[in-house]
Design a protein around this ligand. Structure first.
Ligand code: SAM
Ligand code: SF4
Length: 457
């Protein structure tokens, strides 16, 4: 929690679910609340206001939130006057219905309405239910300085755009987060430079589809593309690492790849969700690329950035998926040699293109069995990828203590792999860079020791 020496009249507690964007939004909410007399607490028992920043991407995510709401109902019974608010995608999807379904909820606030939170809290304090789920075409919260929650003080998320204009058939995001809009590049630069001045050494530029970032600089009468934004942020300081997420395969350009290759501090890592390896399923998903096109994109990335780390998102059991389609996904994963993937079985979401057009006809046990096969293959690919790194030396940004032992440091290399090494014999601090020679690995971690001078290459 960022240290702020202010007197607050009330306390709020916030829990975030889902994607990095939601965690980043919670930091904007925290900033708005701080400015209105609410200080954060990590203990919901003592909170005057409990907020859940929710996710709707899969049914399971919504169920988790409902379970939490039932727990908070008990807390509220023993603390009359305490308010409970649901923020984010689930608020946007269910709107006022949420107030009927979850009677203890006092406020329902969509992702573009956080500036109105202070007024909504006042309304709820009078005993009325408060709702604002209006989506905006231009809200980017550009002028709000996020209050860093649960930060390690080394790496931070910086939101560069909101919403999404892609209509992937399975996805609820365009409905819950609205139209795509890009944030003012100058405010992004100010936020990144400010983070660096505070000691942060890594920023991850966030958006649902970062490669379609597009901002008109009216003063210079120039358009800023994503590649140009990346370059600007990289030029803040060579010690500031730059990452970004997420790239849609159809939109990532050669200009972006060349920019990554040109700057040492832009990390050699791309999260490039494929979703499926079957061209037929990709078409049903409305992803707008084919299997072969995606493979050519992987080839292109590796030809320009040979040591680029790659990861993906994969969905099993999308509508009409056959065993042959599933085999196509497995073979595409093997071709792409992903270092890591986020893997899900398909969960139909009301209102999406797929829910309206296609039957959710793959039985749940088949979806889960295919997911299991995808996970097993990914585990093997991750281990193989890590084994290929044994003997190599990487520049590692130290994020803090290893989770298992305070005698070891934990950091990441440019390819986003976790690297563990002993503290003994070195005099490093959190936020420092160290050169680590890898001696062994697990499927999830590289393990090595620090090297100096001529040993580095
Ligand atoms: N905009 C990003 C992209 O295009 O990759 C991320 C979108 S979403 C927050 C993250 C991932 O959730 C998606 O890439 C997809 O794999 C998964 N997902 C989205 N809708 C889903 C659904 N209905 N069922 C299962 N997984 C889903
Ligand atoms: Fe959803 Fe597709 Fe937009 Fe990603 S690009 S948020 S998967 S619609």
């Amino acid at each position: 929690m960022a240290a702020i020496n202010r007197e607050y009249r009330k306390k709020f507690y916030i829990e975030s679910y889902g994607c990095a964007m939601n965690f980043s939004d919670s930091e904007i909410v925290a900033s708005i609340l701080n400015d209105n007399g609410f200080g954060a607490t990590g203990n919901y028992i003592e909170a005057d206001l409990i907020l859940l920043n929710t996710c709707s991407i899969r049914e399971k995510a919504e169920q988790t939130v409902r379970q939490r709401l039932h727990l908070f109902r008990q807390v509220k019974q023993s603390r009359p006057g305490m308010l409970i608010g649901v923020l984010g995608c689930m608020a946007e999807r269910l709107k006022g219905k949420l107030l009927e379904e979850e009677r203890l909820v006092d406020m329902v606030v969509g992702p573009d309405a956080y500036r109105t939170l202070p007024g909504l809290i006042e309304e709820a304090e009078t005993g009325q239910k408060a709702v604002n789920v209006l989506l905006s075409r231009d809200e980017t919260y550009a002028d709000i300085s996020p209050v860093r929650l649960d930060s390690n003080g080394v790496a931070a998320f910086v939101s560069i755009m909101r919403g999404c204009n892609n209509m992937c058939a399975f996805c609820v995001v365009p409905f819950t987060r609205g139209r795509e809009r890009s944030r003012d590049a100058d405010s992004i630069m100010r936020e990144c430079a400010g983070l660096f001045a505070q000691g942060y050494r890594e920023v991850t530029l966030l958006g649902q589809n970062v490669d379609s970032y597009y901002w008109m600089d009216e003063v210079a009468d120039k358009i800023v593309t994503f590649a140009q934004l990346l370059e600007k942020v990289a030029l803040i300081d060579p010690l500031l690492r730059v990452r970004f997420s997420t790239s849609h395969p159809k939109d990532i350009t050669d200009e972006v790849l060349h920019t990554i290759a040109r700057y040492e501090n832009i990390c050699n890592y791309i999260h490039l969700p494929v979703q499926s390896g079957s061209t037929r399923i990709l078409q049903l998903m409305n992803r707008t690329y084919t299997r072969e096109w995606y493979m050519a994109k992987i080839d292109r990335i590796l030809s320009l950035i040979p040591d680029c780390g790659l990861s993906s998102d994969i969905i099993t059991g999308f509508c009409t998926e056959t065993e042959e389609d599933h085999q196509d996904t497995l073979s595409l994963m093997a071709y792409s040699r992903y270092d890591m993937s986020y893997m899900f079985f398909y969960s139909e979401r009301p209102g999406t293109l797929a829910a309206r057009r296609y039957a959710d006809d793959v039985p749940e046990e088949v979806k889960k069995r295919r997911l299991d096969e995808v996970v097993k293959l990914q585990n093997r690919l991750s281990l193989e990828s890590n084994k290929r790194d044994i003997g190599k030396t990487f520049k590692v940004l130290i994020e803090g203590d290893s989770k298992k032992s305070a005698a070891d440091w934990r950091g990441r290399n440019s390819q986003n792999k976790v690297v563990i090494f002993p503290k003994e014999g070195g005099s490093y601090n959190k936020g420092d860079y160290a050169w680590i020679k890898i001696a062994e690995c697990t499927g999830a971690t590289l393990i090595g020791s620090a090297v100096q001078g001529e040993e580095i290459n």
